[in-house]
Write a protein that binds this ligand. Structure first.
Ligand SMILES: NC(=O)c1ccc[n+]([C@@H]2O[C@H](COP(=O)([O-])OP(=O)(O)OC[C@H]3O[C@@H](n4cnc5c(N)ncnc54)[C@H](OP(=O)(O)O)[C@@H]3O)[C@@H](O)[C@H]2O)c1
Length: 230
């Protein structure tokens, strides 16, 4: 990976939560950060990733500007409790924001990613390993994103593009409000991501996430049972 100082990083969902702390951590290391959110931080780009029109416009505008991108970080995400036995508006919403948007942005912005030396980062979840019952579509979107990340890593390796998967433990943000037991702070999570990027890691899973991944290798049934009702 190129040094962060002087690099250009695009982060979806840097208006709050992990993304905002990650943007701050990257800026402290001298990177220029562009936030892509519905309510972006100052200097960012307003974009509703659920909207096909907004996604196409974003890709077209960035290609027209033509600036090389060093880091493309797919961080924006939504999670809803969803009971499919009851009527539900737009049940596939998480697929659009959490999976379709990263796939389309990756394909549309690939000409701009620096070769060699650029990085593409996805934030998946431990729930990509096994789903929890209360958020079936979120878990499906993250399992899909995790699979996409692995295939992308193989496809882009010959171009010198580094593809990184981040699997956070439970982190204290709006997304986890009211259900986080001993969560990691978003600041600490962001520092772990930056350290992992600087260390050239392919997978960044700090704290409890690392232990869960290790346990999953030897006792996947146990991990599945504990995540099911998490
Ligand atoms: N927190 C955890 O414990 C945890 C664990 C595992 C994985 N993750 C993953 O980590 C990532 C960040 O999570 P977080 O906890 O920081 O979430 P968060 O605090 O809820 O923040 C979500 C971010 O995504 C943006 N976003 C949501 N919908 C969007 C849309 N339609 N278009 C554009 N931007 C949108 C939001 O910005 P606007 O509202 O301004 O659009 C916000 O900046 C997510 O992918 C999440 O799945 C989190």
């Amino acid at each position: 990976m190129r040094p962060l100082d002087g690099s250009l990083a695009l982060i979806t969902g840097a208006s709050r939560g992990i993304g905002a702390c990650l943007a701050a951590a990257l800026r402290r290391r001298g990177a220029e950060v562009l936030d892509i959110s519905r309510n972006p931080s100052p200097g960012g780009v307003a974009c509703d990733l659920a909207s096909p029109h907004d996604r196409r416009r974003l890709i077209a505008d960035l290609n027209a500007a033509g600036r090389p991108i060093d880091l493309l970080i797919h961080n924006a995400g939504i999670q809803r409790a969803l009971d499919l036995t009851s009527p539900c508006d737009d049940p596939a919403q998480e697929i659009t924001v959490n999976l379709t948007a990263p796939v389309e942005l990756t394909a549309g912005l690939l000409p701009l990613i620096r070769k060699p030396g650029g990085s593409i980062v996805t934030l998946t979840s431990l729930l990509a390993l096994h789903p929890k019952t209360s958020a079936p579509v979120y878990c499906a979107s993250k399992a899909g994103l995790s699979s996409f990340t692995k295939a992308l890593r193989s496809q882009l390796a010959p171009l010198g593009i580094h593809v990184v998967e981040v699997q956070p433990p439970l982190v204290d943000t709006d997304m986890t409000q009211g259900r986080a037991r001993n969560p990691m702070s978003a600041e600490r999570m962001a520092e772990a991501i930056v350290a992992g990027l600087e260390g050239g890691r392919a997978v960044i899973a700090p704290g409890l996430a690392r232990k869960v991944r290790l346990l999953n290798r030897i006792a996947p049934g146990l991990v599945a049972a504990s995540l099911r009702n998490s």
